[in-house]
Design a protein around this ligand. Structure first.
Ligand code: PFF
Length: 439
């Protein structure tokens, strides 16, 4: 069967940006900014995105585009042997666990959205939350079910503009509040003393997370990009949308938090416990709450879609060569969805206090999986991918990809390989060590 492809450059950018723009931008970025000194973090973050995020994104997209394969087949096809097949296995495992954790927070977004529409929900202990997780899974399954062009591309082209429109509406409303300037000056008054090693490493980690680096999504979506398309301009488009959404979310959240006298350093609970209170206090606040949680739900679900696609495409490929019943795309998708929902269910129950066996030394399964994936597994995938591409894949692959658009500029190629062979492995190692508290 002919592999489906995205149909236009706009479609590629919207679909991939929809995957990249997620809770990382709207929920995590603003609170990290609040905790790490505002403008200082912002400047370091943007530098990280341009210096490291963009080249890594280009690398992953090229791996997908040149191989034309899912994560499962991409590494093997590029070097012609199966020695690196550990990376696809680790990627799929990591992605499965990441979705499990992410679904919990997506479930909260769905819950808050429903509450802003119908009022308080019946409490069925953890089951209310699990039902909300299931709702997010169903929406994501529906998109992937329709396929790459009719589902992912078409719906991204509709929902990304809606998402941008919602942010602009929220931004305008917040800017009209008396006192919004103080919040903005926290965001934009730069104090170089606040830049520390810790801030740099947190910004780097956040940059990788926000751009979905190491999650296989860029490889998978890369394999659907038409052969003639320029990877560099595509990646620039995705990075621009992703960063813009993160900065705009911070510009919505911080001033609102300042105007109503809350501290910007609330951490993960900022958007759930502070924002509804903050928004409800302003005129027209109820609509703001509704729009804000709709925004979070759209962003989260389109991101889950991208990772469901990673797992579904890989599972189909794994079973494609079996003699006994290869899985169809739809069957694979159902398996993926059920497993991820089950993991998210366990994570949810680990936090509701009813299931002691899911809590170990005061740490819930949710916390454990979160740390395991973001501090160990994701850096491992990213590290092995850069080593693979920098040291083992023929340089010709990158050169051929760039040639039709930029010719063969030796300094650019050498600069790129210097980054990918030396700088990135060291940096990724540093991020990993920092996030487990060793440095
Ligand atoms: N780039 C995504 C984000 O910022 O939210 C990362 C992501 C994490 C996507 C988990 C999907 C997901 F399930």
């Amino acid at each position: 069967m002919e592999k489906e492809q995205f149909t236009s450059r706009f479609g590629v950018i919207m679909a991939t940006a929809a995957g990249a723009v997620g809770l990382g931008n709207i929920w995590k970025f603003p609170y990290m900014l609040g905790q790490n000194g505002g403008a200082a973090f912002l400047v370091v973050y943007i530098a990280c995105v341009l210096l490291f995020g963009l080249p890594l994104m280009i690398t992953e997209i090229v791996i997908g585009k040149r191989s034309g394969q899912s994560v499962r087949g991409a590494y093997q096809v590029l070097i012609g042997n199966r020695r690196w097949n550990g990376i696809p296995i680790l990627t799929c495992l990591t992605v499965t666990l990441i979705i499990g954790v992410y679904l919990v927070i997506t479930g909260w977004c769905v819950k808050y959205l429903l509450m802003s529409i119908v009022g308080p929900l019946p409490t069925l202990n953890g089951w209310t939350d699990v039902l909300c997780n299931a709702f997010a899974v169903l929406c994501s399954v529906a998109v992937v079910w329709l396929g790459v062009t009719k589902g992912i591309e078409r719906l991204s082209k509709i929902f990304m503009p809606i998402l941008l429109l919602i942010i602009v509406i929220l931004l305008v409303r917040v800017m009209l509040l008396p006192g919004a300037k103080e919040g903005l000056s926290f965001l934009f008054s730069f104090d170089a003393d606040k830049i520390s090693f810790d801030v740099i490493l947190s910004a780097l980690g956040q940059c990788f997370y926000s751009l979905s680096i190491g999650m296989g999504a860029l490889i998978t979506y890369g394999s659907y990009i038409p052969k003639k398309q320029n990877v560099v301009t595509t990646a620039c488009g995705i990075v621009a949308v992703d960063t813009l959404v993160a900065v705009m979310s911070a510009c919505v959240i911080m001033p609102a938090v300042f105007v109503y006298g809350f501290s910007p350093e609330q951490g993960p609970k900022l958007v759930f416990s502070v924002l509804p209170v903050v928004f409800e206090q302003m005129p027209g606040g109820h609509v703001m709450v509704l729009l804000f949680f709709a925004l979070l739900c759209i962003a989260a679900i389109t991101s889950i879609v991208s990772l469901f696609e990673v797992l579904t495409a890989s599972l189909v490929d794994v079973t494609a060569h079996r003699e006994r019943r290869p899985l169809t795309r739809h069957q694979a998708l159902v398996y993926v969805a059920v497993v991820c929902l089950a993991i998210s269910g366990f994570c949810t129950f680990s936090m509701t206090g009813e299931s002691d066996w899911l809590v170990w030394r005061g740490k819930t399964l949710f916390d454990g999986l979160d740390v395991l994936t973001s501090s160990f597994m994701l850096p491992m995938v990213a590290l092995s991918t850069v080593i693979f591409f920098g040291w083992f894949v023929d340089k010709q692959v990158m050169i051929e990809e760039m040639k039709p658009h930029y010719g063969t500029k030796p300094w650019a190629i050498q600069g790129y390989y210097f980054l990918i062979r030396w700088c990135f492995p060291i940096l990724i190692l540093l991020i990993g060590l920092n996030s487990i508290g060793i440095i």
